[in-house]
Design a protein around this ligand. Structure first.
Ligand SMILES: [Fe+2]
Ligand SMILES: [Fe+2]
Length: 310
């Protein structure tokens, strides 16, 4: 039963200890010239397809989130406004680096154009929608990216056996997703503070259900598209993708409970303290960076470049 403002979308007051002291965009550039093995994750086509299908949508998806946050710059309380700006910086860098990874996936032999067309179409559905609707969508997507990132950092087996050229990108991205997991949500609560708590709760749950359905259907389709290019039949691809995602220890299975937390009336992303995962990821990332010889700066772009608005 809904009973009060704080009970319905939590708040920083209740979770102050778990809110990171500050976001810190981390400088990271991949070796853009590297071409991964076709199955860069343990030689496993299913594991590779899961991560490749995520990477395929990140450049446009994260650019959408950046565009959704930018109109709120200067309209938030000072600390949140500062976090919003760093959030934008982090997401823009993720978008840029996954664009690079997608070129590498393409060089490894995959055609990801169908996956890119699907995300372009999804993003285009928000054209003309209010700034608050886009902000809400971003807050919901961010819950997804945060729980997937936390799962990857918590359980090492997901990325065990990954190609050393690909691994730092995923660890770096996961750390920053966990770190900024509350920013879009807090911005939404602030931007919608004139709504009743019941309206905020109802609309955020409705948006989350829509985003979940789209994410599940399209990521599954994306994996099947890539697995078909490995010569795997449609039904074997679907069965393998489901087994990989929802079998014992699978990412999809393990994020079900964290996903469901979003629907609690008092939900706040920072209520779950993930600081240890940020620290763990930073240690892994530093070790990986130390292992790697300095990358040749082949055609490295100097500035963050985002895909055009769909
Ligand atoms: Fe990101
Ligand atoms: Fe994010």
């Amino acid at each position: 039963m809904l009973s009060g403002e704080k009970a319905q979308d939590g708040g920083r007051s209740a979770t102050e200890d778990a809110v990171p002291a500050g976001l810190k965009p981390r400088e990271f550039r991949q070796n853009g010239a590297a071409t991964p093995q076709r199955h860069w994750l343990r030689g496993d086509p299913f594991a590779t397809a899961f991560f490749n299908s995520l990477s395929a949508i990140f450049p446009q998806g994260e650019a959408f989130m950046v565009r959704s946050m930018l109109p709120w710059r200067g309209k938030m309380p000072p600390q949140l406004d500062a976090e919003l700006r760093k959030f934008v910086e982090q997401e823009a860098a993720h978008s840029r680096e996954h664009d690079d990874m997608n070129q590498a996936i393409t060089r490894a032999g995959y055609d990801i154009s169908e996956l890119e067309a699907v995300i372009a179409k999804l993003v285009s559905r928000f054209r003309g929608r209010s700034a608050l609707t886009k902000l809400l969508a971003t807050a919901c997507i961010e819950h997804f990216t945060a729980i997937i990132a936390a799962e990857i950092l918590e359980n090492d087996w997901h990325l065990e056996g990954a190609d050393q050229d690909q691994l730092p990108l995923w660890i770096w991205h996961a750390v920053e997703e966990v770190e900024h997991k509350a920013v879009a949500y807090d911005c939404f609560v602030e931007a919608a503070k004139d709504w009743s708590a019941a309206k905020r709760y109802t609309l955020r749950c409705a948006m989350m259900l829509a985003i979940t359905a789209s994410f599940f259907v399209n990521r599954t389709r994306g994996q099947i598209t890539l697995l078909r290019q490995d010569g795997i039949g449609r039904f074997a691809a679907l069965a393998g993708a489901m087994r990989y995602g929802f079998g014992k220890g699978g990412i999809g299975r393990n994020i079900l409970r964290p996903w469901a937390r979003f629907f609690k009336p008092g939900f706040h992303p920072a209520a779950k303290n993930d600081h240890h995962l940020i620290e763990k990821g930073e240690r892994i990332f530093a070790a990986l960076q130390a292992q790697q010889a300095p990358a040749e700066p082949a055609e490295r772009r100097k500035k963050v470049r985002l895909p055009k608005a769909a």
